[in-house]
Ligand binder design. Sequence first.
Ligand SMILES: [Zn+2]
Length: 249
Amino acid sequence: MLGRRTLLKALALCPLCAPLAKAGEGVHWSYEGHGGPQEWGSLEQGFAACSMGSQQSPVNLDGAVAAESARPKLAWSPGTFRVTNNGHTIQADAVDGDATASLNGKTYVLKQFHFHTPSEHTLVGAHKAMEAHFVHAASDGGLLVIGVFMQAGRPNATFSEVMAAAPHAAGSADKPLKLDPGALLPAVPSTYRYEGSLTTPPCSEVVDWNVFATPIDVAQADIDTFRALFAMNARPVQAINRRFLLRLN
Ligand SMILES: [Zn+2]
C-alpha cells in the first residue's frame, strides 16, 4: 500500500493520474479521533457503505441460530508469506497462493491474514485480547473471512514468528517467511457465520464471515509487541439489523 507521502509525490509527478487516488488508497482514516470510525462514511464517496450500509461488520456474536448449514472447507498448507506493517495492522500477504477455502461450490484463495486488538467481534458482549482475520477472495470479487479470537496463554510459535518479523514502521519485512496458517486455528470447529462487510474502509458488504467460537492461545509478550505498534485497531460493533447469525457446531 502506498503511504500518503508517496501518493502525494506521485500525484505531483503525474497530475493525470489523479483519478487513481479516488480509489481511497490515499485517504487518511484512523481508529480514534479525527478520521475515526464515526467519520469513515463521509471521508470519501467510496466509503459511503461505512455509514449507510445495513450489513456491516464486526457484530456481537450472541443469540445465534443453531444450524446444520455447510461450513467452509479449508485446504490450507504451509506457504510463503511477506509480513507488512501497512499503517493499520500487521499483515502477512501470501506470496504463493495455493491455500483455499471452499463453500457452496465456490473456491476462495487465501490472500492474506492480519490482526486486530482488541477483537473486533465480541462474544456475548465481551472482547477478546485480539482477533486474526484470514481473507480469502473468489474470482467474482466475493470474500470469505475466517476470524479467530486470540487470548493470552501458551505461546503460539506461528504468531511469535510473525511478530518477530513485524516491521516497526510502515513497510515490508525483507525476507518472506514460511508459515503454517493452520497453526493459528483452534481445535474446536464450532463457528459463527453471517453475511457482513470489510471492517475497514471502504466497508464493502461482500464478506461471508466465519468466526470460530473458541479462542486460540498466544503469548502475552507477542500481544504486547503488537500493541506497542497498534494500541487499538478495532472498529466498534455494528447493528446486526435483519441478518441471520448462524452457529455451526
Ligand atoms: Zn480485519
